[in-house]
Design a protein around this ligand. Sequence first.
Ligand SMILES: N[C@@H](CCC(=O)N[C@@H](CS)C(=O)NCC(=O)O)C(=O)O
Length: 209
Amino acid sequence: MILVGQYDSPVTRRIAIALHHYGIPFTRDTRSVFGDAAAVGRISPLTRIPALVLDDGEVLIDSAAILDHLDEQAGDAALMPAAGPARRRALQMTALAQGTLEKVAAVVYERHFHPPEHRSTGWPDRCLGQARSGLDELTRRLVTPYACGPALTHADVMITTLIWYMQDRMDEVLSPAAHASLISLAAHCETLPAFLAAAVSESEKMPRT
Ligand SMILES: N[C@@H](CCC(=O)N[C@@H](CS)C(=O)NCC(=O)O)C(=O)O
């Protein structure tokens, strides 16, 4: 199978980490969703990443829907509890982290695509406030050693790729004091083999304006 997308996309990287964690072999298409938009659009109908091209040519889009398929392949090793409160909790923590990413990315895109004189003032502030609330709530709900308890879940993966993105690209609402537990969880996860195997190289970063 082929994973389409660059690893500076936290939702793409989280698919790569799951694939490595499950030991599922894959190759990569690292063309840029911005620089090579036409090529990516021929594979991924919304011209978004990640997309996963299965061996029979079927194309899966959207990280949650892709992980649903991979978790099925992984069976008992899946990074998502099968049912009950544990599953609900892991899904909610993952949703909080992914929702926070969406608000951070909205600010990054606003600044990247609009020159200062055309930028909205209210919208980025609203997004930054929502991102800060997301980080605060994740911090409140976090347990140890992993986000949802004793075992690694997709919530840890999403939190870690989110923290990487914020530290690399836009860390103004990430507080080293208030969000220390998230930062330290991410630092630990980055030392795990599946995360190291999906490290972000300089060539996979969206250009800065
Ligand atoms: N909900 C989607 C979000 C995908 C997404 O927003 N991907 C970004 C990269 S992180 C993208 O492709 N951006 C380009 C665009 O939307 O034009 C998922 O989880 O896969």
